[in-house]
Structure formats: C-alpha cells, structure tokens
Design a protein around this ligand. Structure first.
Ligand code: PGA
Ligand code: ZN
Length: 437
C-alpha cells in the first residue's frame, strides 16, 4: 500500500507573507505526506531558482506556474510509483527538468514535492521522519547543536548593518533543552542592552533583534556583552557564530561595508575578519568572502581553517560538485545544507555525503522565508550531521523547528545531543582561545 495515488500542490504563505508552494502526496491507502517550500532572500547565484510569476500582482511573487509544474507535470510522473523509492522519485523529477538551476519546473515546486514524498514514505512505514531518514540513508541519528541568531542584519534587516547573522552556539550545554534555556537568557539580555541604549526596534526577518548599530563590530561587542549579562563567560559554554553573507556586499573581490562607508579588497576583508577572530570568541563563520571569490576563500581557509569552522552557503549551494571542488582546492571546511538550494532531498544527501567524505562539517539550515514546516529538524537529526541553523529565538516559524527538536529529544534521550563535538576541531574544541588572549 505504498503506491502514490495523488500529488497536489496548493498555494500557501510564508513568514514574510509571500506565496509559496505546499505539496500533498497521498498514497492509495490514504496516507498523507506534506511539505512546504521555504524561500531565501540572500540567495546564491548557483542555487535552484524559485519559479515566480512576475508582473505586478502579489509583487510578482505568485507561484501559479510552480503549482502547474507540480499538478500538471510532476504529478503524472509520480502517481503509481512506490513512495519508498525516494531516489527514483527524485530522479523522475530531475528528468523532467535537467537544467542546472531547475528553472523549468522551479526549485520551489521540486523541493516541496521531493520532501512531501519523503514525509509520505515515513508515514507509510509508521516511523518518525528523523528515524526514516536515518534508516534509508544508513545514518546514526543525533540531536544537533543549534546556531541561533541574536541580531539579524544584511538582506534580512533592510541592510541596516552589512553582516547578516550574529549568532550564538552553546557547545558547552549538556542537552538541547539546556541550549534553549541559555539562548533565552542571552537573547533577552541582548534585548535589554538594546533597550537601555534606546535602540530596541523590533526584530529582523529571522527573529533576531533589529540591528541599530554604528558599526558592524558594535554588533559583535554587544553580543559579547549580552553573553556576559546572561551570566556566561564568552568562549566557554557559549561561543559566537557569524554569517558574513559577503556575496551580498561584494563583487569580484571588491567589498563595500555601507554602514561604515568603507570599500575593501578581498585581502582587507580577510584581515578585518581575522582581527575579529582574534578579538572575539568566534567558533564558526559562514561565507566570509563572496561566492565569486574563490581565491579569497582559499586564502581565508589557509589562514584560519584550523581554528574556526568555515561554512560555504552561497559559496557551495548544497551542490556535490562544488563541495568536491572546494575540498580539493582547500576552500571551506563545512557546508550549509539547504534542500531548496539544490531542489531535491536526494541531491542534498549527495552534497552532505561529499562533505563528510572530505572531512567537512555540515549544518542543516532553514531559509529566511520559512513556514510551520519542520522537516529540517528531522533532517539534521536523522543524518546525524551535528548542527542546525534555523534563525532566532522568536517567531513561530523558527520556534517550531526548535520545539520539534525538543519532541525528538524526548524520544532519543538527552544523551543523543551532540554538544560541542562538531566544533572539536576549532579553537573551541582545543580550548586555545583563552590561551591566546
Ligand atoms: P537566505 O539566508 O535564506 O535569505 O538565503 C540564509 C543564509 O544566508 O544562511
Ligand atoms: Zn548564509
């Protein structure tokens, strides 16, 4: 009874109020699998394209064409297939649109369908999604270490500051539950500091505080102050993680920090970030240079790759080949896994496995436009990949993912929390940060 009877796409709405694609996969016995496509704002140039209708209606963001892809093109190819054959379903989707960016069907159509098939399969075998993922890909499940945003920035905050994500990680926590508690304290300590300065002005797209700062580095200083105000010693249980998202403020190795009215070349940006790595307890940094600056990424990795996690997001776009090339060239030492960057779960697993083979870390990640869909909590757990990036500690599309991890923790047990293991090869794992100071 695991035969797909129908595949149906409908329009729903994401956390920014934009239309997006939800897909229901229904099996012959009535079993339902459902998933919703998320949407990025700071998108990589090489990632799968969302199909949007354009024009003036709904600011050009409607998804009627993507829904037609699901209902008229993909559905006939999947109906009658065995839902347990995820690889076959994804191959059928890819065969309908072999273009590099999936711009014929739309990445929003393919990702929602691929993940709905995965959900339907897990419902068919009556197992939680994380367990189904672990079983079909032969993985040891574990509860991930979160990266949680305290201040938003970049494209998620009207470019009020240039740097996109000022986050914390709590590798010193003993359980996922404890991460949530410590994050609550740091998040509200940061809000209190902003309020004291008369700079509390709501939240950015992913729920982090709106970043009213005079410089990008002031955000970092404030984050350290918030960790201290929460009663923690920065660099011990709690460390800092940054997403520079440098492709958003640089082209061809030339960067511009608009907030500070500063232009810099790749070398100057790398020097500036290196200074931050010395001055602040940063354990992880994402897209420190632009997606079109491989020389910069190789240089950054050569200089700092032994003491900090260097994640490729726009730089690697969940693409197996780009991960393999980066590993060969010595660029990055970790990959961000966003299923909608590549368009199917099977291709995301390929990128994840290529990263693991190269000795890279991995972080399963949400997009800045999200919904109540909690697939990524299960994906991070089921793959045992070790880390999960969802955004901040407010807004229900974010909290839904953290809360799902708590439910999974109740089944897997607190000992399944990976803690600081993913950062073991950074200065945090070797405890050299304090020595250096
Ligand atoms: P995006 O940002 O979803 O807007 O692309 C998330 C990220 O850069 O990690
Ligand atoms: Zn990013």
């Amino acid at each position: 009874m695991t035969i797909i009877k129908s595949v149906y796409g409908r329009r729903v709405w994401d956390s920014r109020g934009n239309p997006t694609v939800e897909v229901d996969v229904i099996l012959e016995d009535g079993t339902l699998g459902r998933a919703i496509a998320p949407a990025g704002a700071s998108r990589g140039a090489r990632e799968a394209m969302d199909l949007r209708d354009g024009g003036s209606k709904l600011r050009g963001m409607d998804v009627q064409q993507a829904l037609r892809s699901v209902n008229e093109i993909i559905a006939p190819a999947l109906v009658g297939r065995d839902v347990l054959d995820q690889t076959g379903a994804d191959a059928a989707i890819i065969a309908l649109d072999p273009s590099a960016l999936k711009d014929q069907l739309g990445g929003n159509a393919t990702v929602a369908t691929s993940l709905a098939v995965l959900h339907a399969a897990s419902a068919a075998v009556k197992k939680p999604l994380w367990q189904h993922i672990a079983e079909i890909y032969g993985r040891m499940p574990s509860i991930p270490l979160p990266e949680i945003q305290i201040f938003g920035g970049g494209a998620h905050a009207g470019r009020r500051v240039d740097i996109q994500d000022f986050m914390i990680m709590v590798p010193g926590a003993n359980s996922f539950d404890e991460v949530m508690e410590i994050t609550n304290e740091v998040y509200f300590a940061a809000g209190d500091i902003m309020a004291q300065k008369g700079r509390l002005a709501g939240v950015a797209d992913e729920g982090g505080w709106w970043p009213i700062f005079d410089s990008n580095e002031e955000a970092l200083e404030t984050l350290v102050a918030a960790i201290e105000k929460a009663g923690e010693k920065p660099g011990e249980r709690v460390v800092i993680s940054l997403d520079i998202a440098a492709s958003e403020f640089g082209k061809n190795g030339n960067y511009r920090l608009a907030l500070e009215d500063r232009n810099m070349d790749s070398g100057a940006l790398i020097d500036m970030l290196g200074g931050w790595l010395d001055a602040y307890p940063i354990a992880s940094i994402e897209d420190p240079v632009g997606e079109d600056d491989p020389a910069g990424m190789i240089e950054f990795t050569r200089r700092f790759g032994k003491r900090v996690q260097i994640i490729g997001d726009d730089y690697l776009v969940t693409n197996k080949t780009l991960v393999e090339n980066a590993a060969q060239e010595g660029a990055c030492n970790a990959v961000l896994i966003k299923v909608n960057q590549v368009g199917t779960i099977s291709e995301s697993i390929d990128a994840f496995l290529a990263a693991e083979k190269a000795g890279f870390g991995s972080v399963v990640s949400a997009r800045s436009g999200e919904t109540e869909d909690v697939t990524i909590s299960h994906l991070a757990t089921g793959l045992g990949g070790g880390q999960l990036k969802v955004g901040s500690f407010t807004r229900s599309e974010r909290m839904a993912k953290w809360n799902e991890c708590l439910r999974i923790q109740d089944v897997l047990g607190k000992s399944a929390f990976v803690g600081g293991a993913p950062l073991a090869n950074t200065w945090w794992g070797r405890k050299t940060y304090g020595d250096k100071k």
